[in-house]
Design a protein. Structure first.
Lengths: 334, 293
């Protein structure tokens, strides 16, 4: 094994938390059982890495196998790094009937045509998602395995999720994906976050949405406060209404975990009491950013507790309805 | 003398008091009378109102039964006094009859597992709930919120992204014939739910059959069977559902290590069986005939 491969393995082992090492190496299945047993997982990592390197060299493992290990780790823990959502547009006639092998061949062929030195690995996960790992090189260098791009796509849906993509390689990936999935073009869905499951659930609407029904069930409280029969809630109906509106706008149950919502303002300044800024022709540029560990949960709580006025303003409900968290607001609307 | 005066004065007092009592009684009686009069008037008014309502309801029912029977609102030679009420009254009654008819139709549709429509936002929008069911079991319900403007527009929905909703909206006739649009959408959704349920039942009941490949829309399925006997080997069966509005496959392909297997008459029958019956029942039959373990 040459130096660069050793370095890749060292970096990878450093990245994987110690508790997961054993399971992930088990799933990798390139080490024999005796080898796996002989590894001592309680050693400090640098010692462990040396032993692992020795085993890998014994078994003649190459870069290809190490990248497989990395892919297994990332598939198990996708909620790291920054994921961006993209949407494919203008489906062609046969887009709904694309199947896996066809997609794989087309994608590999397209991308290698566009850029010759590239290493592609495609894997289908049990939940129907296709994971693609791409290490980019160019005409003179070998593919750089230290900065790979991961792409997740569900067949027959127009959504693609990408992490680790530089702007240099973006048009290449776009073209390869668009051709392989038989769509017309790909655009930015303006949705990004740390948590892949969250942005996937939001775009593919896999969270629990609430719609008006004929027989509305009372939305259950998570921790019901013990009721005192002598206390009657006067605002009970208002609270119910607010809770219903909050859930209709954002969803019920566990919400996808978004971290940020960014509103870029390009509207004219309107407050008449400020003489210096009013009356200017150019728009007043500003950026409003909401940040939280679980943004949708906090917004839903704001609405249901009355802090935000109801009906929910479309600026906030567009986050879930349009599946975006980056908006540009002009005088004509969002 | 004083005793006599007291007596007379006392008597006079008593008479005065009696007189004032009587006056009060009179007053009370007259106020009682007024109250009773007032209640009488109120009850009379209520009775008149109820009588008018009864009359309206009976004519509504008459019109409704006419509508149900013939689809024509009024009969040619019916009561002239109904027409006397004025043409706007009969127009109103016609509207009301159609409204109740539509509501009953929607309720019936909802009961048989079709879709249900609910008004939202004070009449500016409707929410359509499409129920899906397979083999008598209710599965998921999908919702669409439609904005009623000059053009119908879907503002919110929870339909999964692999159902071609945008294509149905742009290429279909949602603006002109919403019933047709909803029927087509319901077909797609029910077929998807049916295929998904078949796969789920197969996984649950037939644990000896392995699913090698499937996709989210459940249109491609690759199963691995184990054939009993000495020539036991893996047999791959590929089911393709090219018609997304159906629950049955359009193509069944059987491949086996034993090349003669696919062309044997038993397996030809199995192939036909898989094309015509739902997957989980077909597998039961195949197990009974001993084709698969």
């Amino acid at each position: 094994m040459d130096d660069s491969t050793k370095r890749i393995l060292q970096r990878l082992i450093r990245r994987i938390p110690s508790q997961m090492l054993q399971t992930i190496l088990g799933k990798w299945a390139h080490l024999s059982r005796e080898d796996l047993h002989s590894l001592d997982f309680t050693q400090p990592k640098w010692v462990f890495t040396e032993h692992l390197l020795a085993h890998c060299e014994e078994n003649g493992l190459t870069v290809k196998h190490i990248t497989e290990l990395e892919m297994i780790y990332i598939i198990e823990n996708p909620n790291q790094g920054m994921w961006h959502g993209f949407q494919l547009l203008d489906a062609e006639e046969d887009a709904p009937s694309i199947e896996l092998t066809q997609f794989k061949e087309q994608f590999k062929a397209n991308l290698t045509e566009l850029i010759s030195h590239v290493s592609i690995k495609i894997k289908k996960h049990t939940d129907e998602a296709i994971w693609i790992r791409i290490a980019w090189g160019d005409n003179f260098t070998k593919p750089n395995h230290l900065k790979p791009t991961y792409v997740v796509h569900h067949l027959q849906t127009p959504y693609v999720f990408v992490t680790g993509l530089t702007s240099k390689h973006k048009p290449l990936l776009n073209q390869a994906l668009v051709l392989a999935t038989r769509y017309g073009s790909m655009k930015d869905a303006h949705l990004s976050g740390r948590n892949l499951t969250a942005i996937r659930d939001l775009l593919m609407r896999q969270y629990q949405q609430v719609f008006p029904t004929k027989h509305p069930k009372p939305l259950q409280e998570k921790n019901p406060v013990p009721r005192n029969p002598n206390i009657e809630k006067e605002q009970a109906e208002n609270t119910e209404n607010r809770l219903q509106m909050a859930c209709e706008a954002f969803g019920d149950g566990t919400l996808p975990q978004l971290q940020k919502a960014v509103y870029k303002l390009e509207t004219k300044f309107r407050d008449n009491s400020n003489k210096t800024l009013t009356g200017r022709e150019e728009p007043f540029r500003g950026v409003v950013e909401f940040a939280s560990t679980n943004l949708l949960e906090s917004l839903r709580h704001c609405v249901s507790s009355g802090m935000a006025s109801t009906p929910v303003t479309p600026l906030l409900s567009s986050i879930t309805q349009k599946g975006r968290n980056y908006f540009v607001i002009t005088d004509k609307g969002v | 003398m004083e005793g006599a005066r007291k007596g007379v004065l006392g008597h006079l007092n008593m008479l005065e008091m009696e007189a004032s009592n009587l006056k009060q009684q009179d007053l009370r009686q007259s106020s009682c009378e007024e109250e009773l009069n007032a209640t009488l008037q109120a009850l009379l008014r209520k009775r008149d109102q109820l009588q008018v309502e009864i009359k309206a309801n009976t004519s509504l029912q008459k019109m409704r039964s006419l509508l149900d029977r013939t689809g024509v609102p009024c009969e040619r030679n019916e009561d002239v006094d109904d027409q006397e009420d004025g043409s706007d009254n009969s127009q109103l009654l016609l509207m009301m009859a159609k409204h109740t008819q539509l509501k009953d139709l929607l309720h019936a549709h909802h009961l048989i597992g079709g879709y249900d429509v609910l008004q939202t936002r004070k009449g500016k929008g409707v929410c359509v709930s499409l129920a899906t069911a397979y083999e008598g079991v209710y599965l998921e319900t999908y919702n669409l919120e439609i904005d009623l403007g000059s053009n119908l527009r879907i503002c919110r929905h929870n339909i999964p992204p692999f159902i071609p909703l945008e294509r149905l909206v742009t290429q279909g006739n949602m603006q002109t014939d919403i019933r047709d649009f909803l029927d087509t959408l319901s077909q797609y959704l029910n077929a998807y739910a049916g295929r998904k349920q078949q796969l789920h039942l197969t996984k649950e009941i037939h644990s000896s059959v392995q699913v090698a490949e499937s996709n989210a829309l459940c249109t491609i399925l690759v199963l691995m069977f184990t054939v009993p006997g000495e020539k036991a080997g893996a047999t791959l069966c590929t089911l393709q559902y090219a018609d997304h509005t159906q629950c049955l496959p359009t193509r069944v392909n059987i491949q086996s290590e034993d090349t003669a297997l696919a062309s044997s008459p038993q397996w030809k029958k199995n192939q036909a069986l898989l094309l015509e019956t739902p997957l989980h029942t077909a597998l039961v039959t195949m197990k009974k005939t001993g084709s698969i373990a």
